[in-house]
Design a protein around this ligand. Structure first.
Ligand code: FES
Length: 163
């Protein structure tokens, strides 16, 4: 069983989250966009942050939790020092990015959406990042790796391990 750590959300962070929620008050069906924007701001969506959104939007926490855990672009965990993001957009997927993602998971010993115990790495899947010509693509802290084959994964991970 994974240990649940309580995440402290400061008053200032809470205020900013409420501002984001409020900025969509006139937009129907904006929950996913709100979750995106809050994740961009806070970095991830722990349950404490989901509760704030739930209260402000008057949407049941279970519904928000369902969305956050269903879509791979949302994370309930903080990102690692090196955040690996594997594109599962169509062009990348047909060129085998699913297998590339599995290789990263295997090499780092975590699943997509998780972070290593030492906080060094996290893995996420993402949608098309606009580099389809380089498919399959993975990004580590903004650095794009294209035309990946499964054997590339180890050297990419090692490069960051050693840095
Ligand atoms: S589908 Fe991966 S970059 Fe476009």
């Amino acid at each position: 069983m994974s240990k649940l750590r309580k995440v402290d959300v400061t008053e200032e962070q809470k205020k900013k989250i409420l501002e984001i929620v409020d900025s969509y008050k006139d937009t129907e069906g904006s929950l996913i966009q709100i979750l995106h924007d809050v994740q961009d701001y806070f970095g991830y969506l722990p349950i404490e942050v989901q509760e704030i959104i739930s209260d402000a939007k008057k949407v049941p926490l279970a519904e928000i939790y369902g969305i956050v855990t269903f879509y791979t672009q949302f994370s309930t965990q903080p990102k690692g020092k090196y955040a690996v993001s594997v594109c599962l957009g169509t062009a990348c997927y047909v060129k085998g990015s699913g297998k590339i993602l599995e290789k990263f998971e295997e090499n780092l010993g975590i699943k997509a959406g998780e972070v290593t115990d030492d906080g060094m790495f996290s893995i996420d899947a993402c949608r098309c990042v606009g580099a389809c010509g380089l498919a399959p693509v993975a990004i580590v802290n903004g650095e794009v790796y294209g035309k990946l084959v499964q054997n590339d994964v180890k050297s990419i991970c090692d490069k960051y391990r050693e840095s």
